[in-house]
Every structure is written in structure tokens, then in C-alpha cells.
Ligand binder design. Structure first.
Ligand SMILES: [Zn+2]
Length: 176
């Protein structure tokens, strides 16, 4: 196995988080290394989902692990994930994001989605998801399109969060 490496997670208002990620043309060794690093970074954070752009790589790659603490690890990889169907009925889940640390908000999204994606062998799969998995997939696919979960909140809430993180980034830059 190649050496895995922790990568830095981008925090808002980092502009790269607003970038549109490019589809992966070929699932090669470079993508597999990226995925290994993403898992290591995600588990270390700790978090349950990560999009490649959150470690500064604008490629359509998502890692997830929704296993509970006492359960064995259950890593899932989605290359070029695409929502091909979404239910009319909605569900509200509290969301958080490794790029917006220690902030949580209720987001309403379709309760079920069908997602088409490639695995690490480049094979196409389709997955029907509901509950937490449906929420996480939509949250991570949003990242690939430069969308953050705070974009689904009211403007008032979003502006408040953005202001808080912009101030913190400015302070950090001044003391660096
Ligand atoms: Zn996120």
C-alpha cells in the first residue's frame, strides 16, 4: 500500500470551496491515492463525509463512512456521483461540515435519491439512498458543484456564519 498522508481541510471562506469540480476521466493510481488520503483525513478529523475539493483537489470524488463509533468501519467511495432521481417528499436533517467547523443547521432536502457513480475499478453503480445516506450524498455532491450546506439556510443565518468565519480567517492571517 502506498504511503497515506493527511491533507489539510479547507475552511470557509476559502474560495476554492466554491469551485466546480471536474469529472474523473480515468480511475487510476492517482485517484486511488487521493481516496486513501481522503479517508485518512476524514477519519482523523473526525467526519463522516468528505469531497475532494475540501482538501483542495477539484475532482468529483466523495468519501463517506456512516458507521457508528462502536461499529466496524464502513468506507464508501463515489467517483463522479450524480443524482439521477430525487423524491418529492423532503426530510430535514441537522448538517455540519468539516469546512465549517462546529456549526450545525437544519437542512431540508429530498428524502430519497438515486445516485449513479463509479467505484475504484471504474465500474458504474446505481444506489438508492434514504435517511442519513441520502442527506450525506446530497451534501457531498453539492460540494462538487461549489455549494455548501449553509447555502440552503436563510440568508440571515448564512451571512452570520460567513461573517464569523471571515473574521476568524482575517485574525489568523494577521497573526500568521
Ligand atoms: Zn461538507
Amino acid at each position: 500500500m502506498a504511503d497515506m498522508a493527511l491533507r489539510d481541510i479547507l475552511i470557509i471562506p476559502d474560495k476554492r470551496l466554491r469551485q466546480l469540480s471536474e469529472p474523473v476521466k480515468k480511475v487510476d493510481a492517482g485517484i486511488r491515492t487521493l481516496v486513501e488520503d481522503m479517508f485518512e483525513t476524514m477519519y482523523d478529523a473526525p467526519g463522516i463525509g468528505l469531497a475532494a475539493i475540501q482538501v483542495g483537489v477539484p475532482k468529483r470524488v466523495v468519501t463517506l463512512d456512516l458507521a457508528k463509533k462502536e461499529e466496524p468501519k464502513s468506507p464508501q467511495v463515489f467517483v463522479n456521483p450524480e443524482i439521477v432521481w430525487a423524491s418529492d417528499d423532503k426530510a430535514i436533517h441537522e448538517e455540519g461540515c468539516l469546512s465549517i467547523p462546529e456549526y450545525y443547521g437544519d437542512v431540508e432536502r429530498p428524502a430519497q435519491v438515486k445516485v449513479k457513480y463509479l467505484d475504484l475499478e471504474g465500474k458504474t453503480h446505481e444506489l438508492e439512498a434514504s435517511g442519513l445516506l441520502a442527506t450525506c450524498l446530497q451534501h457531498e455532491i453539492d460540494h462538487l458543484n461549489g455549494v455548501l450546506f449553509i447555502d440552503h439556510l436563510s440568508k440571515l443565518k448564512r451571512d452570520r456564519v460567513l461573517k464569523k468565519f471571515s473574521k476568524a480567517a482575517k485574525r489568523a492571517a494577521e497573526t500568521a
